[in-house]
Design a protein around this ligand. Sequence first.
Ligand code: DGY
Length: 321
Amino acid sequence: MKPKIFVARAVFPEVLARLEQHFEVESNQDDRIYSADELLAKAHGKHGLFTTPSEPVTAALFAANPQLKAVCNMAVGYNNIDVAAATQAGVMATNTPDVLNETTADFGWALMMAAARRITESEHFLRAGKWKKWSYDSFVGPDIHGATLGIIGMGRIGQAIARRSLGFDMQVLYHNRSRLAPEQEARANNARYVSKQELLQQADHVVLVLPYSKDTHHTIAAPELALMKPTATLTNIARGGIVDDAALIAALREGRIAAAGVDVFENEPSFKPEFLDLSNVVLTPHIASASTPTRLAMANCAAGNLIAALSGQRPPNLLNP
Ligand code: DGY
């Protein structure tokens, strides 16, 4: 008899077909968002779950489903899964690292550049029929080339962002849990390891790429924003909760920093409506990894982890210690 799985969100039909070759699949192709309690109920009788960052996978779910063997998240981030509880319950948890590094780095650049060069703000102006003349000071903002890039969270995506800065003649500062090896720093456009404070004080463009945990909650709040240059930009492609959104809104409103690019929000898909009143922020709905090839690779990576886990092999991207 095939193991039973629940696919918690809509996925590519070819990935669903691949899963159906191995498992008895119940899937949520209507793409309804399940609450933690609903997911707990859907997990009844299932050996595996295919999840995304939107599904809270809780200790209560593991306690109510002792038959569960694996939870495979279609994302590199896995703060939606209580991995400690999974480990205690003997459930394998996996993520999808690496396959999205370059696509996510591309998007970090796009968002940072759009914020700095005021692309969406000026497009709204044009679409609203307000463009009547060229002016020397219309939509001026900071430069990207020759500027200092500050990356907080220098994992594989952070390093991919740093590598791209070579073509823009930028200096790179980074802050991370630990310092990179010298050859990694060299490949990352000779990135220089500094304290968070020094990075915030010196960088012209700050990009956040660190994982969310209780230790990284509000890594950027009012005191950190106060350290930044008034001409600087802040780009968050990491997770909501890493930035104190209320503090960011206040800093943008008061012009204490120049602009921000925000792809992830505290409590998304809800977000603070005050963001919408600001013209110096570019807002996107958690799409940093959203290229078609990368999303397909992420789905296949999660499927591969699930297939390995439920056939008695060690899944390639096991998170449990
Ligand atoms: C991830 O993989 O964690 C992304 O945020 C999802 O797009």
